[in-house]
Design a protein around this ligand. Sequence first.
Ligand code: NDP
Ligand code: OXD
Length: 314
Amino acid sequence: MTLLVTIRGWEVEPWLDRFRRLLPDKRIVTPGDDFARDRVEYVATWKHPAGALRDLPKLKAIFSLGAGVDHVFADPDLPDVPVARVVDPDLTMRMSEWVLLHVLMHHRQQRMYDWQQVEKIWAEDREQPAAKDVRVGVMGLGELGADAARKLAVVGFDVAGWARSRHRLEGIRSFAGAAELDAFLARTDILVCLLPLTPDTRDILDRALFGKLARDGRLGGPIVINGGRGGLQNEDDIIAALDDATLKAAVLDVFKSEPLPPDSPLWSHPRVTVSPHNSAVSNPDAIAAMIARQIRAFERGEALRNVVDRTRQY
Ligand code: NDP
Ligand code: OXD
């Protein structure tokens, strides 16, 4: 039986190597190989081309190689089999590291101190609020958002979260649904977005939303940090909101078009921090092992875990 590994934008060899070692009884193939399509039972995908999974009559499950599945549902010819996604402590830890890094970077005004060092300025009199006086709002309280929110709370920030449903996380105020979004934004100084990209969340980070963030915070203006997906953000609105001081700064790991085009004004905006969609990379050792465990369990008759709801698309 065969596992088809279809990857765009990442190096494929490390994945083939791990899958071959972990699943020695399976044939591991890529789309360019010569293989019998009627022997493919599993697909592991990162951004497969639309239609590439047609004509796989024995297909039993599709595994996204990332936590997000928008790349899977972008295929209008997606076979009607379960789609499972990555839920793994290795990935979760990586995202929380990135969120903490950038929240603390802005909270402790590190970009300003970098500049002062370049200019050899010694200024001791800068105001530094305590973490408890800075309100962080996390959009999305799933695997990644909940972990980041908990860790931000441990550092001492005043943390709230927003999701479709109410969440019970100790020390973290939960806001739920469209009806509570404005109240959540109104108490947020640093907005961390870890939502999935779905028809309901596309372009949610726009000018109107930025205008609802708290204006009475201790950091001199709201800051937006997006590690979710580029499709969640209106990039023209981000630039406009930075330029008219609706936003103080933006940290973006994901973009509408990736790689970020060289002519994007986001690259050189003085108050934008760009990272190349690597806030939480899928590590082949950890994630191939997770998927191999899933396949083994499934073949023992256990239910597939982390299966995505096709209607909600996350
Ligand atoms: P989950 O599915 O575990 O969590 C999604 C969260 O978003 C849930 O809390 C859900 O609410 C909430 N949500 C979904 N739709 C809405 C909506 N319409 N309104 C309000 N809340 C909503 O996902 P993960 O936490 O595992 O991952 C989140 C995203 O992070 C991924 O989809 C991916 O796009 C991105 N990601 C980015 C990476 C990077 O390197 N930049 C790496 C990994 C992931 P509820 O709990 O009520 O269902
Ligand atoms: C993911 C990603 O969804 O890396 O896991 O973006």
